[in-house]
Design a protein around this ligand. Structure first.
Ligand code: ZN
Length: 246
């Protein structure tokens, strides 16, 4: 799962700041892509060692368990410094080398205006790295490769989504993957709490999925923004057999 020497490619790669970010935010899209036969993977940028709860070792065990729940083909951690992720040449070169290694057609990341500075940096790093990876002589390992599409998920960010992925039939699997991160979630104690470990967090998290789902008339949804318009060649591909939301 963490082997980075196997050069088997991926179709969809989520690049996130911390272990649990992919599970909380884009696991539904990953699972739906896997249903279509895609090879899916996650690249975590840090071990989450600066978190108020859990340890890097515990979080790695939790990430391994969650990866099994999601059926990931690959998961790797770049071990960049948690809470100090920055847009710099070193980090860009590292991410570019991984994009060239895994050669994903689709990349998912956090929005560059997210509340958490690490998520902001990750979104910007991914935007830039996906472009740079396609430049033949850019100084990073591997052969040039540029993903065809980059999606940025909306967590608690008040933005209008460009796409909502229906995740109704995989939501319980997504919830099971999130549940693997017990160290980060509410444990019944009233000690130091983070956003995730408050008693009502998972309720609000589920509510967000219900709200995004309501925008397209389904039970649960994940919301994404794109930086470029979606190319449309076959207009009828926009019809998906449901009552329209117009
Ligand atoms: Zn995070």
């Amino acid at each position: 799962m963490t082997d980075s020497t196997d050069d088997a490619g991926l179709d969809v790669l989520a690049i996130c700041a911390h272990p649990d970010d992919a599970e909380l935010n884009c696991a539904g899209l990953l699972l739906k892509a896997a249903q279509q036969g895609a090879r899916i993977g996650v690249l975590d940028l840090s071990l989450g060692e600066a978190a108020s709860r859990g340890t890097p070792a515990i979080r790695q065990q939790e990430a391994a368990a969650a990866s099994l729940v999601l059926g990931l083909s690959r998961r790797e951690n770049l071990n960049l410094p948690d809470s100090q992720l920055r847009v710099n040449t070193e980090s860009l070169q590292l991410i570019v080398s991984k994009l060239r290694h895994y050669r994903p057609r689709m990349v998912i990341s956090s929005h560059w205006e997210d509340h958490h500075p690490d998520h902001q940096a990750t979104g910007t790093l991914v935007k830039q790295a996906c472009y740079l990876a396609g430049i033949g002589n850019y100084a990073a390992d591997g052969k040039a490769h540029r993903p065809e599409q980059v999606l940025f998920y909306l967590d608690r960010l008040a933005h209008t989504p460009h796409l909502v992925q229906d995740v109704s039939d995989v939501f319980e699997q997504k919830r099971a993957a999130v549940s693997c991160y017990a160290s980060q979630l509410y444990d019944g104690s009233d000690g130091h709490t983070t956003t995730l470990s408050t008693a009502h967090y998972l309720e609000q998290w589920q509510g967000r999925h219900q709200y995004f789902g309501s925008l397209i008339g389904v039970k649960y949804g994940e919301a994404y923004v794109l930086r470029s318009p979606v190319p449309l060649n076959r207009p009828l591909d926009l019809l998906w057999g449901r009552r329209g939301i117009v």
